[in-house]
Ligand binder design. Structure first.
Ligand SMILES: NC(=O)c1ccc[n+]([C@@H]2O[C@H](COP(=O)([O-])OP(=O)(O)OC[C@H]3O[C@@H](n4cnc5c(N)ncnc54)[C@H](O)[C@@H]3O)[C@@H](O)[C@H]2O)c1
Length: 438
């Protein structure tokens, strides 16, 4: 492999763009290709189309090693190694929709040449074999294949890419895996070398396990409410056990985002298609769906019927430090509230005031206090740091009823009480427990 040869990335979304920029930071020349002409035009002008902390600076710093194009010809003239980072959204059946992967592989096959395709998109186990068979059927016999799933988290994507917990590389031929591994030179981490199907499975199993941890702690939170315990202290006490660990034990209104919901569903579907009933994942999915609805129960428990009431949603993105709204809990919540007859106003630091197609009927405001004015309740949906700094006394003063349902246990109940708020979190059956040992 010529170390100076540019590397291609097909798809410049959250994963493709971050991967390309980080590889450029490691010294590689990168050609980034996307079918979205508007996105590429912005990137060519130095304008970053997504919000990811630190990404604009890293693009600036590595501009001389980054090329952006909408042309497969330009990409394939320049690059022999090609990462595929297109989206693999859920299809109506719950299977992953691989049409974009197929489109990209057809375009690549049509132009021939000896190449190495490296799959970064999350794809069901068996996809590698299918892609190789498709390529052969198209007469593109010189194309090798490797799987290199991505584990970055939006909001911390650059750090996750450059300091990953592990790099997983699946390939049927050692030399293909070696080429992929060589690209990561400069990153010090465990490298897991395996076959393509096993690499594909590592990704799904990891996301399904993390989602299971979230649904597990949410069920513990629900029991805490019944029996008078505090899930925050329970999670802390559990997480100190190194066999369990402290991560992904924050009770809340459930997981969302572009990965967990679709990947858990796709693994369930994959298992089902192969004749295995993955019982645990059914429960994980159901618990997550019910968890979003529990917020409504908390509101009606305090306010009675929601018809005619005004509810303010604080935060709409699926988590803080991203502009990503895919499968955000806020979408379901806003829809349910409107269905119940409530007026819904919302504030999110990433969203402009006005209307948004994902939130029909919701008025998005410029400032949190505008959303809260004369509201009968507020629901904290996304734990943006600015909500920790909000003047909650001023918030309580502008609300018709100063009720805060904290869907992320983000605001200290004592701070909320001091501000004059009526406060309800998730799983706080015994909110004094944190103080008991102090
Ligand atoms: N977003 C995450 O946090 C994350 C983390 C790990 C893995 N993944 C996986 O990575 C993959 C990409 O996710 P994403 O969030 O970056 O998606 P995205 O929607 O942000 O980006 C995908 C990009 O691919 C482009 N594209 C679609 N079809 C194309 C084609 N045929 N040719 C060229 N470009 C095409 C789209 O225009 C888009 O810009 C998915 O499989 C996802 O599951 C995502």
């Amino acid at each position: 492999m010529d170390p100076a040869a540019p590397i291609g990335v097909v798809g410049t979304g959250y994963v493709g763009l971050v991967s390309a920029v980080c590889f450029a930071h490691l010294g590689h020349h990168m050609v980034c290709m996307d079918v979205d002409a508007a996105k590429i035009e912005r990137l060519q002008k130095g304008d970053v189309p997504i919000y990811e902390p630190g990404l604009d600076k890293l693009i600036d710093d590595n501009a001389s090693r980054l090329t952006f194009t909408t042309s497969y010809d330009e990409l394939l003239d320049a690059c022999r190694i090609l990462f595929i980072a297109v989206d693999t959204p859920p299809s109506p059946s719950g299977d992953a929709d691989l049409s974009r992967v197929q489109h990209a592989t057809r375009e690549i096959a049509a132009r021939g040449g000896a190449r190495l395709l490296v799959m970064k998109s999350t794809v069901p186990v068996g996809t590698g074999e299918k892609v190789v068979a498709d390529l052969e059927a198209l007469g593109a016999t010189g194309i090798a294949y490797a799987s290199n799933p991505e584990f970055l988290r939006e909001g911390a994507a650059i750090q996750d890419f450059l300091e990953p917990d592990r790099i997983v590389i699946g390939a049927s031929r050692k030399e293909d895996g070696d080429q992929v591994e060589a690209l990561y030179r400069g990153i010090d981490t465990d490298i897991v070398r395996t076959t393509v199907p096993t690499a594909e499975m590592v990704k799904y199993a990891s996301n399904a396990f993390l989602a299971t941890k979230i649904s597990f702690i949410n069920e513990i939170a629900n029991v805490c409410e019944q029996v008078g315990a505090d899930v925050r202290t329970v999670a802390h006490g559990m997480g100190l056990d190194h066999r369990i660990g402290p991560h992904f034990l924050q009770a809340g209104i459930g997981y969302g985002g572009s990965c967990f919901p679709k990947d858990v569903q796709a693994l369930k579907q994959l298992a089902g298609n192969s004749g295995y009933h993955f019982q645990l994942l059914n429960a994980v999915i159901e618990v997550n769906a019910l968890q979003k609805r529990r917020v409504l129960g908390k509101l009606t428990g305090r306010l009675g019927k929601l018809r005619g009431k005004t509810v303010a949603l604080l935060g709409l993105t699926f988590k803080p430090h991203t502009d990503d709204l895919r499968e955000a809990a806020s979408i379901v919540l806003a829809g349910r509230l409107i269905h119940e007859g409530a007026t819904v106003r919302a504030y999110d630091p990433m969203l402009d005031a006005g209307a948004h197609p994902l939130f029909p009927g919701v008025v998005i405001t410029d400032e949190p206090l505008q959303a809260l004015e004369n509201a009968d309740a507020a629901v904290l949906v996304t734990e943006w740091p600015e909500f920790a700094r909000l003047d909650w006394a001023a918030a309580a003063a502008v609300m018709r009823r100063p009720l805060l349902v904290d869907g992320r246990n983000f605001i200290d109940p004592a701070v909320a009480a001091a501000a004059g708020l009526e406060y309800e979190g998730i799983g706080l059956g015994d909110p004094g427990s944190a103080l008991a040992g102090a």
